[in-house]
Design a protein around this ligand. Structure first.
Ligand SMILES: CC(=O)SCCNC(=O)CCNC(=O)[C@H](O)C(C)(C)COP(=O)(O)OP(=O)(O)OC[C@H]1O[C@@H](n2cnc3c(N)ncnc32)[C@H](O)[C@@H]1OP(=O)(O)O
Ligand SMILES: O=C([O-])CC(=O)C(=O)O
Length: 370
């Protein structure tokens, strides 16, 4: 038995949800470029869950089901009020989502219908939790969903308490489309491994949130922004990046296990970063990002991944840095739940083997002789 480090190149499941072939990403066979230009996030949720684009009536029903399911249980809000105010927001989300299961009477109902209902509740309540925690830590009360027809608009209202503007809604909606699913990425794999034991969907999503939090995965978008802030000025990009590369430090937001020729989502986020920068009159983060890309690609051949330009997009939308990864989670909940439903439909326990590298032929030594 020989191990493959990081399971690189190992095909661990079949799936009909999303695919990456020759650098082209599709959701249910539709190119991400097509979806990024034309689809709303709610259409993508429907597509991922049910395998086809919704009709007008199906879309309206999904939007109203999401709105109807968006109230966070009061017990969970009360628990969130007890969280330390300075805790990592992904840790807060992970704990609050785990707590949701305690107040859902059908948490352990394994029927397909109940699991779809729980997917709707998770998709509706995760954005509400992210916004609620952001308010609670500032001493403000969480806000109920205003019941708009989009997850992006509801989230922006629940975060800020202000009617969101059209540009911000459209930008966030597109970012949600771009992050929704990505084949067998680490957090989706974690969700599938978890539910393959036939545990409940809340356990699967809790595992996934914990996995997305890491800086080699979804946490990279916050690390990118921390890096840009540390660089500070466009003049400092060259010495800063050269220094990092000399020390063999990783540059956050670059590289990818599957895409070697570039992440097809990055160009959409780059374009958004430029457009939002122009609209707000603040091109600083975009220009620093472009300079960083030129350097890192030129010197190392590494291309930006989805996390790189999402950092300047969210910053230009005035979203606090530590909500970037929770926003990724809001979007990826659609993909995680789609994969969990698919796993339940055709389940087998996921249990690979390990190549043993420890000592052999050892004997127990009594404690008095050690
Ligand atoms: C949504 C997402 O999860 S997208 C990914 C988000 N993560 C990041 O942006 C973090 C930075 N990037 C990375 O750490 C990696 O590129 C990963 C984790 C995304 C992929 O990792 P792997 O496929 O395991 O590639 P691995 O880390 O082995 O890198 C291969 C080589 O490229 C180098 N490399 C890869 N990414 C980077 C980077 N961002 N900066 C500098 N060097 C890098 C590695 O040091 C390694 O070099 P070596 O062969 O000389 O040792
Ligand atoms: O697929 C991966 O390894 C990481 C990624 O880009 C994602 O989850 O969107």
């Amino acid at each position: 038995m020989t191990a493959t480090k990081g399971l690189e190149g190992i095909v661990a499941t079949t799936s009909s949800i999303s695919s990456i072939v020759d650098g082209v990403l599709t959701y249910r066979g539709i190119d991400i470029d097509d979806l990024a230009e034309n689809a709303t996030f709610e259409e993508v949720i429907y597509l991922l869950w049910f395998g086809k684009l919704p009709t007008g009536a199906e879309l309206e029903k999904l939007q109203s089901d999401l709105n109807a399911a968006s109230t966070i249980p009061a017990e969970v809000i009360n628990q969130m009020k007890l969280f330390p105010k300075d805790v990592n927001s992904m840790a807060a989300l992970r704990t609050a989502v785990s707590a949701l299961a305690l107040y859902d009477a059908e948490a352990n109902d394994m029927s397909q219908e109940a699991n779809v209902r729980k997917a709707i509740k998770l998709q509706a309540q995760i954005p509400a939790i992210v916004a609620a925690f952001a308010r609670i830590r500032e001493g403000k009360e969480p806000l109920a969903s205003p019941g708009y027809s989009s997850v992006a608009a509801n989230f922006l209202f629940q975060l800020t308490g202000k009617e969101p503007d059209k540009i911000a809604i459209e930008a966030l909606d597109k970012a949600l489309v771009l992050h929704a699913d990505h084949e067998l990425n680490a957090s989706t794999f974690a969700a599938r491994v978890t539910v393959a034991t036939l545990t409940d969907i809340y356990s699967g999503i809790t595992s996934a949130i914990g996995t997305l939090k890491g800086p080699l995965h979804g946490g990279a978008n916050e690390a990118v922004m921390a890096m840009l802030e540390e660089i500070g000025t466009i003049e400092n990009v060259v010495p800063y990046i050269n220094g990092k590369l000399e020390r063999k430090d990783k540059i956050m937001g670059f590289g990818h296990r599957v895409y070697k020729g570039g992440d097809p989502r990055a160009k959409h986020l780059q374009k958004m970063s430029l457009e939002l920068g122009k609209l707000t009159g603040n091109l600083k983060w975009y220009e620093m990002s472009i300079k960083t890309e030129e350097l890192v690609t030129g010197l190392k051949g590494l291309k930006p991944n989805v996390d790189f330009y999402s950092a300047s997009v969210y910053t230009t939308l005035e979203i606090p840095r530590d909500l970037f990864t929770p926003i990724f989670a809001i979007s990826r909940t659609s993909g995680w739940t789609a994969h969990i439903l698919e796993q339940y439909e055709n389940n087998r326990l996921i249990r690979p083997r390990a190549e043993y590298t420890g000592p052999v032929n050892q004997k127990y030594v009594p404690i008095s002789e050690r």
